[in-house]
Ligand binder design. Structure first.
Ligand SMILES: [Zn+2]
Length: 398
């Protein structure tokens, strides 16, 4: 475990045990106004002060800077950066390292492998920012799958479609080189290239053209990404990992994935920046109005997130929110198990993926992971957790 302060790692420690012990936590820290305490604990040993610049490590792991909360790093990623951390005075217990297979050599790619690969794309670092060639290209290929197109494309088509995306959404100072992701995405283990052999330098566009090269998502990756849940999770993950600071609505719209930036699938209301955004008239399929009334009555208009009831002159006001949007692109069901009763503010925050509901019903802020509330649930309201998982996927919380 590394401790972070002001862009430096200032201490390291070894995690000896993970504990869940509410009485102990209560004894040490007491409880807050909601009777909550810090009951999930870590026992640390070998705490040593260090002083290491955090930037190269966080960038290499594509973790946003500054680091804001507890962030877990997988063992194999940690190993890549171990040499940057000063060794302890007593030798670290060495774990025999297995010969790590190159991702490209994986015989079959599993779901976890896919998400791990998506989260740790090797990107060029230019001016302290990773270039976006690879994530843009992957998003484009996921868009193709979503539209029912084939996974492999020839170089000319690839160039014609991907180059304008790189120009518009790449880092301002990075060159438009579609041949780079076409060729180098293979190292992610998610991509295959046909017609050209070799591992070396990037072939020139002319070489790719004369070889009639084709490229696209690997078979296994494509099979996983054709499933709606995995697709939502992959898009959410790519967006939160690589596109935090660009107009995701227009990027997703350009690659045929409009609607994935909100739970409802509707474009953001009221000004999103892009002047050329099309005007969308509501194309929502008919909702069952009785369900809407039912859920509002069940909660007596109290928001399931914050509990507040918006008062009106003669009654109260609340909104029925679908967890997984009905209609394109999410195709969620119009039923009570896919509905929440929310106040207008939390409806917007939920729909625009600023908050999400965790496995244990805690409502968390997506930017920090902080717990804000516990979701209020009526005894007669059975919420389908699969829909919450889909929503978390859109939030980039795989
Ligand atoms: Zn609320």
């Amino acid at each position: 475990m590394l401790f972070y302060a002001r862009k430096r790692f200032v201490a390291k420690a070894r995690i000896l045990a993970l504990l869940h012990n509410r009485p102990l936590a209560k004894e040490i820290w007491g409880v807050d106004e909601n009777q909550k305490t810090w009951e999930h604990m870590m026992a640390l040993g070998d705490v040593v002060e260090i002083d290491v610049s955090a930037e190269p490590i966080l960038k290499g792991l594509t973790i946003p800077i500054p680091l804001r909360s507890l962030t877990l790093v997988r063992a194999e990623e940690r190993r890549r950066f171990l040499h940057l951390i000063p060794p302890s005075s007593h030798p670290e217990r060495t774990v025999p390292a297995k010969a790590t297979a190159e991702p490209a050599d994986l015989a079959t790619l599993g779901r976890d492998d896919l998400f791990r690969a998506l989260a740790s794309l090797k990107t060029h670092i230019r001016e302290h920012r990773p270039t976006r060639h690879k994530p843009i290209t992957l998003l484009w290929s996921i868009g193709r799958l979503a539209q029912g197109k084939g996974r492999m494309v020839d170089w000319e088509t690839f160039r014609a479609e991907v180059a304008p995306l790189l120009k518009e959404f790449g880092q301002p100072d990075s060159r438009v080189t579609p041949e780079y992701p076409f060729w180098h995405l293979r190292s992610s283990g998610l991509w295959s290239v046909e017609g050209v052999v070799g591992q070396g330098a990037t072939p020139t566009p002319a070489q790719l053209a004369s070889a009639h090269a084709r490229a696209g998502l690997g078979k296994d990756a494509a099979a996983i990404l054709r499933r709606s849940l995995s697709r939502a999770e992959a898009i959410g993950l790519l967006c939160s990992t690589y596109f935090a600071d660009i107009d995701r609505d227009s990027l997703l719209e350009r690659v045929g994935l409009a609607g994935y930036t909100s739970a409802s699938g509707e474009p953001p209301a009221g000004g999103g920046g892009s002047a050329k955004r099309r005007t969308v008239t509501s194309s929502q399929p008919d909702r069952d109005q009785r369900l809407v009334e039912h859920i509002k009555m069940m909660y007596k208009h109290a928001c399931q997130v914050c509990g507040s009831r918006v008062e009106t002159r003669y009654s109260h006001y609340s909104e029925a929110a679908h967890i997984r949007g009905v209609g394109k692109p999410h195709n969620g069901p119009d039923e009570l198990s896919n509905l929440l009763c929310l106040c207008p503010n939390h409806h917007v925050e939920f729909d625009r993926l600023a908050i999400y509901i965790d496995e244990d019903w805690s409502v968390r802020r997506n930017s920090t992971g902080d717990i804000l509330f516990e979701l209020r649930r009526h005894a007669d309201h059975v919420i389908n957790k699969k829909h919450l998982r889909y929503h978390r996927g859109l939030c980039g919380r795989v």
